[in-house]
Design a protein around this ligand. Structure first.
Ligand SMILES: Nc1ncnc2c1ncn2[C@@H]1O[C@H](COP(=O)(O)OP(=O)(O)OP(=O)(O)O)[C@@H](O)[C@H]1O
Ligand code: SF4
Ligand SMILES: [Mg+2]
Length: 329
């Protein structure tokens, strides 16, 4: 592995479960497994995408990986150091290195705070630089970095467009000079033309600052534009994991193939008359009651008896890995 592809973040066998309400006062506790043994790596300066339908566990995976919610098992190594084992004090210090940008800049930015202090807040919380002019200077630098002007620093979030608000969120995420930025559907709430501007900004920032991204999206067009490698999630598991070009040229898992069949590229989406079509036929099984065998069997055009009896594990196939008994050629 070359120095430029050395993993910055390595997630091994991550598990997250949620407790369900009890069926009765004396009934046993019940759990539901939202993330089931997920492993991936984000190389230094590169972008790993996680795609999958709503409810597949993308956000839960990312939130657990950066300890914004608890994990129930696994390891998360940032530069070889297990984030899941850090004490609260160690975690507070380590947080400078990993930040997150959320989907909806309306709800993630406090409407009563001026955007300058929103961007400055992580510097104050983590005591980065001297209070006063040094931090103000950093805020001006961050505004310029994301394509905003100095005279916008004193405005409130509602005085910005959706795209500009997402630029504010990105500036805030970059304030502490992180190495890893988790982007959870950062453009899903934006118009297509604005999406391209924000994606280009993220790419430029990656080049200039050497950032690594864990990029979550349900939208394969967006993922194709920005990601180097892609992990496809289905019901809490990764079912395919491959370099971008291979995944788009030769999807190996029937689920990936169905997602691709329904996903136009960004450029096609901009053309007049485009209408979004729904993705994969049928609904996934209930996450509370996943059947034995392959979790995709009820929707898979290629399902056979073995698929309903034996759960496929992720294994090397072509340039990537796939969890399917009968991968596509
Ligand atoms: N706090 C919670 N308590 C119970 N269940 C939860 C909680 N958060 C998420 N879930 C469930 O966990 C599963 C995974 O949710 P998650 O939000 O990670 O999916 P996602 O892939 O990010 O979906 P989306 O594309 O809609 O954002 C879903 O079934 C969801 O309902
Ligand atoms: S294991 Fe069987 S059911 Fe599952 S995706 Fe592969 S072919 Fe389809
Ligand atoms: Mg999500």
């Amino acid at each position: 592995m070359s120095a430029s592809t050395k993993p910055l973040l390595e997630v091994r066998d991550l598990a997250v479960r949620f407790e369900l309400p009890k069926a009765g006062l004396f009934a046993p506790k019940r759990h539901f497994h939202a993330v089931r043994g997920v492993s991936f790596a984000v190389p230094q300066g590169r972008t790993l995408g996680i795609v999958g339908e709503s409810g597949s566990g993308k956000t839960t995976t990312a939130m657990a990986a950066i300890r914004l919610r608890p994990a129930d098992g696994g390891q998360v190594l940032l530069d070889g150091r297990d984030i899941l084992k850090l004490t609260q004090d160690e975690l507070r210090r380590a947080r400078r290195d990993f930040q997150i940008v959320f989907q909806d800049p309306y709800s993630s930015l406090n409407p009563r705070e001026r955007v300058g202090s929103i961007v400055r807040e992580p510097l104050d919380l983590m005591k980065v630089g001297e209070p006063g002019e040094e931090r103000n200077e950093r805020v001006r630098e961050l505004f310029s970095l994301v394509g905003l002007r100095d005279d916008q620093i004193a405005l409130f979030p509602h005085q910005f467009s959706g795209g500009q608000r997402q630029r504010v969120s990105i500036a805030r995420a970059l304030a502490t000079n992180p190495r890893l930025v988790v982007c959870d559907e950062p453009v899903s709430a934006l118009d297509v033309a604005i999406q391209a501007q924000i994606l280009n900004l993220l790419r430029r920032l990656q080049d200039e600052l050497g950032l690594s991204y864990l990029f979550i999206s349900h939208d394969l067009g967006v993922v194709q534009f920005i990601c180097d490698e892609i992990a496809v999630m289905y019901l809490g598991r990764i079912v395919e994991y491959a370099p971008r070009a291979d995944l788009f040229r030769t999807p190996r898992h029937p689920y990936t193939a169905s997602l691709l069949a329904a996903a136009p590229s960004l450029s096609r989406r901009k053309s007049a008359g485009y209408r979004r079509v729904s993705a994969v036929r049928g609904d996934p099984p209930s996450p509370f009651n996943i059947p034995p065998g392959c979790a995709f069997a009820s929707r898979c055009p290629n399902a056979q008896t073995r698929c309903r009896e034996e759960e496929p594990v992720l294994r090397q196939f072509g340039e990537g890995r796939v969890a399917c008994h009968f991968p596509l050629d």
